[in-house]
Design a protein around this ligand. Structure first.
Ligand code: A3P
Length: 297
């Protein structure tokens, strides 16, 4: 089947998810050709869930011995340049990382990941965001980057599509549940994180990520406020105000500044009507019901 996308004119149902027409070949090649290494790290997410933030944090954690905080690559490069999305690598727009551990981003749903990732000791960190804020962030973002001949979707239209799961890499519930279930089945392989938890207690979550990735902080590092300095370096305010993140395009796609909008939780309250709230609440109950996955709304 084919549907109108939010940013891309055509979405095709490919391996049970709504794949942008521009990425089908790339996802296919990624699946068939990618050779994972034991040290690889994947930052996986449904779009608009905090990918940029988690990429920055993961990069800062694993490379903290290599760079001083005053001369850090995150001050002069956008997180998507340092942790490239793996699908466009197969289009030739983006290069493979050359230093190890290699860090990649991916929006590919869990069941469609290449076997080689599952067969080696590579790690996956997945960031998930409550579906209310994810909707608002998506609606605003995709409108900014939409391609010809698409015109602005009214919020009501976008919401109906979202509730039907029709959105780039959707349905969002399948995307989230795929990684969620794997994180329960293989906790050493997949770490499931939530945007709201990172906002709420970044210190705890950064430590958790570092331990999971095999780069735990030493007592000395903790005493020297290394965790705090990583959190500050990767904070919304710092990143948004960097010259490198104020303009310029990433891999022939979005303007870098669009990755930084508001960076808050519960912005959805400014956009949802009571009937939208009721409908999305019901869908979440239906889809997530028995799974144990829940959100701070
Ligand atoms: P909002 O649109 O709600 O502001 P992604 O990186 O997956 O595309 O997600 C984008 C969302 O994460 C946007 O949310 C963006 O503002 C927010 N974001 C980007 N960088 C962030 C950071 N360093 N800290 C917190 N939120 C961030």
């Amino acid at each position: 089947s084919k549907e109108r996308g939010w940013a891309i004119p055509d979405l095709y149902l490919f391996q049970q998810f709504w794949c942008p027409s521009t990425l089908i070949k790339e996802v296919n090649n990624f699946q068939k050709q990618f050779q994972a290494k034991d040290s690889d790290i994947f930052v996986a997410s449904f779009p608009k869930s905090g990918t940029t933030w988690l990429k920055a944090i993961a990069f800062a954690i694993v490379n903290r011995q290599c760079f001083s905080i005053h001369n850090h690559p995150l001050l002069t490069s956008n997180p998507h340049q340092l942790v490239p999305p793996v699908e466009p690598v197969y289009r030739g727009d983006v290069d493979f990382p050359t230093i190890e551990p290699r860090l990649f981003g991916t929006h590919t749903p869990f069941p469609s990941l290449p076997n080689s990732i599952m067969e080696c000791n590579s790690k996956i960190i997945y960031i998930c965001r409550n579906p209310f804020d994810t909707f608002v962030s998506s609606w605003i973002y995709y409108d900014k980057i939409k391609r010809e001949p698409l015109t602005t979707l009214k919020i009501e239209e976008a919401f109906e599509m979202y509730c039907d799961g029709i959105i780039e890499f959707g349905p969002w519930w399948s995307h989230m549940l795929g990684y969620w279930k794997e994180s329960l089945a293989k906790p050493d392989k997949v770490l499931f994180l939530k945007y709201e938890d990172l906002k709420d207690d970044a210190n705890f979550q950064v430590k958790r990520i570092a331990e999971f990735l095999g780069f735990p902080f030493t007592q000395e590092e903790e005493n020297n406020q290394v965790i705090e300095s990583i959190i500050k370096l990767c904070s919304f305010e710092e990143m948004k105000n960097l010259e490198v993140n104020k303009s310029g395009i990433i891999h022939r796609f979005a303007d870098k500044k669009y990755y930084f909008r508001k960076g808050e939780t519960r912005d959805w309250l400014n956009y949802f009507s009571p009937s939208m709230t009721e409908k999305l609440t019901k869908i979440m109950e239906e889809k997530f019901g028995e799974s144990g996955l829940s959100f701070m709304i």
